[in-house]
Structures are given as C-alpha cells and as structure tokens.
Design a protein around this ligand. Structure first.
Ligand code: AVI
Length: 320
C-alpha cells in the first residue's frame, strides 16, 4: 500500500519520495556523504583495491612542474577548487606553486563549513605563505558572486567526481561552469580511465565490504534522518562494470518482498523480492571521450596528465 504525502520538509525527503516512487527505484549517490558516509568514503580511499585516489595523488605530486607550465598564466591568478574536502591531493600542487613564488590565491569551495575550517587551519601550518580564501556553499551559488572575476582562474574539479553524473547532468554541470568562467580561464578535471575490467570491478566491490557498507548507509541515513523503518540486513549490495560503456553501476537489492514506512513522508513503499534501488554511476572514460566532452561543452582540451599506470587523468581544458 502506498499512501501519498502532503508536507515534505527537506530536499533529502523530497528526493527519497520521488526516487522510491519511480518505476525503477533510485536514490542519488550525492546522499552517500553524511558524516558516516564521509567516514566510509575515507576508508574506501585507503583500500588496496581502490586505485583512483592513489593514481591522482601520483599525478599531482609527480607532475606539478608540467601542470604549472601548462597554465601559462602571467601575473596573479586564482585556483578555485570545487568540492575541496580535505584538500590533501591539491596541497602538493599548491606547495609546488608556493615554492615557485607564483602569485595566486587558493579559493577552496565546499558545502561543509567544518571541512573548510579544517582545511584553512591545516594549510596555515603546512603552507604559511599561501593566500587562502575558503568559500562555504553550493559551488554554483558561491560562484555567482563577481569578486573572483578580474584575474585568470584555474578551476579544479578533482577526484573523479565528474564520473558520478549521468551524461545529461555532466553536460549541464560543465555548461554552468563554462558560464561562470572567463575567456582564458582553465579547468583541470579528474577522470578515471578505462582499464582492465576486473580491476575496476574490484575497486567497486571490495573484499572488506566497505563499499557495501557505504551503499547500505543510505538506508541507515533514511532511518536516522527521515524516521524510516528500513532493516538494512534485508538488503544486499550489488555492483557491476560494463566495459563496453565504461559504467560501474551500484545498487541495493531487496532480499524479500516487504513494505517500509517512512515517517517523515508518512508514506509506505513496497519492495518486491529482488527489486533494485539504483544508487551510483561511476563512469570510466577514454581519452577520446574526454576530448569529445570538452568540445561538446565549449572547451578546448589542452593536455592530459596521466599517472604511470595510465589509470587516471587530470585533464586541462581552456575556455576559449
Ligand atoms: C566520489 N567518487 C569519485 C567515487 C567514485 O569512485 O566514483 C565514489 C565511490 N563510490 C564507490 N567507491 C567510491
């Protein structure tokens, strides 16, 4: 039995209502990252099977000279990082630029105020000469403010987060970014590359079950925040990699036919045995696809910086 809701209070509740009422149920992977989910993601990044973080770290620590040279900015500039988080990987690039006495301001943007306070404090002790101006909020709302416009900007969108968007969303996001950039600004984006399918499959279904817990945390989060009555032990985690499309798709599977009540929505949702809840897309790219994406969104693809295994690229695009 599914009743209809009247008053929906928060965006998470609203999206859950929509996603669990859809013909093919889904919950956006952006809701993975509450405190518990962020803690689990930190653990994922340390897993032996999860290669992307180490690969990108290698790029930023081993190739700062090449990256800095490719920017070709004269005089002062900004480095604006979208979703900076703990800024750990970026720190190596920043360290190099500070040593080179480049004249720049680092502007990390993140939705989490706590993360930005932490990042500022960490950078103040590690790189005391670095100019830092953290901004808290949604990237695009924060970027509406005109005070970052007058000097060239390098935008950073690292970590392979772009792979978590569906194709249409990816184009929308790049378009919004393009609109906020000036001619001559550059964008450095992290893309996970296609590689041996087995390696990719294992990275998204690790032997310690951390990725499983990361996905099941969505059910715990609905219980905590929306007064839902999910019994997470009645759901499985499943993920697969399709090497033809480059897509890793993750989902939860209801082990039994069941009805789950969500108090915040005052609504009950039916699940059939083996019914799926789609959770995440993690898209793997070829270099050709990246170059096509640049063209489709009005950028010029200038250079790819790959790690020694060719697992990952930070690709530099110019807004002409
Ligand atoms: C945040 N994002 C780039 C990660 C990825 O690899 O797609 C999220 C993740 N999902 C499972 N493991 C890691």
């Amino acid at each position: 039995m599914q009743s209809t809701s009247t008053e929906i209070r928060n965006p998470f509740a609203e999206e859950v209502a929509k996603g669990l009422s859809a013909k093919q149920k889904y919950i956006s992977s952006k809701y993975f990252y509450d405190d518990e989910g962020s803690r689990l993601f930190q653990k994922i990044m340390e897993l032996p099977e999860y290669y992307p973080t180490r690969a990108e770290m290698e790029i930023l620590t081993q190739q700062p000279t090449e990256i800095a040279a490719a920017l070709r900015f004269r005089g002062s500039f900004n480095i604006i990082e979208l979703g900076a988080g703990d800024g750990l990987k970026t720190k190596e690039l920043l360290r190099f630029l500070v040593q080179q006495q480049a004249d720049f301001t680092y502007i990390p943007i993140d939705i989490s105020e706590e993360a930005m306070v932490h990042l500022r404090a960490g950078l103040a002790s590690a790189l005391p000469n670095l100019k830092v101006n953290p901004l808290v909020g949604d990237y695009f709302e924060v970027l509406e403010k005109p005070d970052i416009e007058h000097i060239p900007n390098l935008f950073l969108f690292l970590g392979g987060n772009i792979g978590n968007y569906e194709k249409g969303e990816t184009l929308d996001l790049l378009h919004m970014l393009w609109e906020r950039m000036n001619s001559g600004d550059r964008l450095l984006t992290g893309f996970d590359l296609r590689k041996n399918p087995d390696l990719i499959k294992k990275a998204y279904d690790d032997s310690q079950g951390v990725t499983r817990a990361f996905n099941l945390n969505l059910l715990h989060r609905m219980n905590r925040e929306l007064g839902a009555e999910f019994r997470p032990e009645t759901f499985d985690f499943y993920s697969y990699y399709n090497p033809y499309t480059g897509e890793v798709r993750s989902m939860l599977v209801s082990k039994t036919a069941q009805t789950v009540y969500i108090k915040e929505l005052d609504q009950a949702f039916d699940f059939q045995e083996n019914e799926l809840i789609r959770t995440e897309l993690s898209k793997k790219y070829t270099l050709d696809e990246i170059e096509l994406l640049a063209r489709e969104s009005g950028f010029v693809s200038e250079q790819h910086f790959l790690d020694s295994n060719r697992y990952f690229t930070d690709s530099l695009w110019l807004k002409p």
